[in-house]
Design a binder for this molecule. Structure first.
Ligand code: TMP
Length: 236
């Protein structure tokens, strides 16, 4: 039985407290949801892939000057992270039109954007994570002006680093979602995950989807796509 104190359970992860109030443990589940929980399923092995891929990419970002919550991988599914207060924003970066942007603006998926597009959503499941702009964020104090400037700079830098890194593995970074948090000491760090659940990854040669869109859109070969990302990035 698990005697650890559970702080939070989300759709794809569980967070546990540790004896040290500055740290917690994240456990990645195989559960998958889409369309704000309307579609439910399991993707065998997803938890382990997302844990390992996230840690690999967070480690890369740290080495390139982006502070993250990552501390240490504990096992296949669990990671020790710094405890943070999550800023209630989903920060989305897009390089190609896809998903909700393609739908909203009537664009063909795969259209190259002249510059990366940053979008923000207010993290609120009941409201379906509505899109907000910078004025909403400041007017509602989701983040301060200074925090927002740092978040934007980090998001664009993360895009540059990941786009170049993934290209070497034959992966096109179409778009992705980030979350940031503040440590007890007040430092703003990248938190949450960077995985096939939270990014669109397309094969660079064929544009084959290697991410959660295979689950969202019932494209089949879901587990295979997750495993392929793990293989390309960690060579396992
Ligand atoms: P979207 O095109 O559906 O707005 O998604 C943009 C990116 O954000 C895509 O890479 C998937 C990711 N994403 C999440 O991580 N969580 C979510 O709840 C949603 C809707 C998208």
């Amino acid at each position: 039985m698990d005697k650890r104190e559970q702080i939070y359970e989300g759709k794809a992860k569980i967070v546990y407290a540790t004896e040290d109030p500055d740290y917690c443990i994240v456990r990645y589940k195989d559960d998958a949801t889409a369309f704000n929980g309307l579609k439910k399923g399991t993707i065998a092995g997803k938890g382990a892939v997302n844990n390992r891929v996230t840690n690999h990419l967070m480690h890369l970002l740290e080495s390139r000057g982006i502070p993250t919550h990552y501390v240490r991988e504990l096992d296949d599914r669990e990671t020790l992270v710094k405890r943070v207060r999550i800023i209630p924003l989903e920060v989305i970066v897009r390089n190609l039109a896809a998903g909700s942007m393609a739908k909203r603006l009537g664009l063909e998926e795969g259209l190259e954007l002249k510059k990366p597009v940053l979008e923000f959503s207010y993290k609120n499941d009941e409201l379906g994570d509505p899109m907000v702009n910078e004025d909403h964020i400041l007017a509602l104090a989701f983040a301060t002006e200074k925090e927002l400037e740092i978040i934007k700079a980090y998001a664009l830098r993360i895009d540059e680093i990941l786009t170049a890194y993934l290209a070497e593995a034959g992966i096109r970074l179409v778009d992705f979602k980030l979350e940031f948090g503040k440590t007890a000491g007040g430092t703003l760090v990248l938190a949450d995950e960077i995985s096939p659940d939270t990014c669109r990854f397309w094969d660079a040669d064929t544009n084959e989807k290697l991410d959660k869109d295979r689950f969202r859109r019932d494209l089949g070969q879901v587990e295979g796509a997750y495993r392929e990302i793990l293989r390309r990035l960690l060579d396992v």
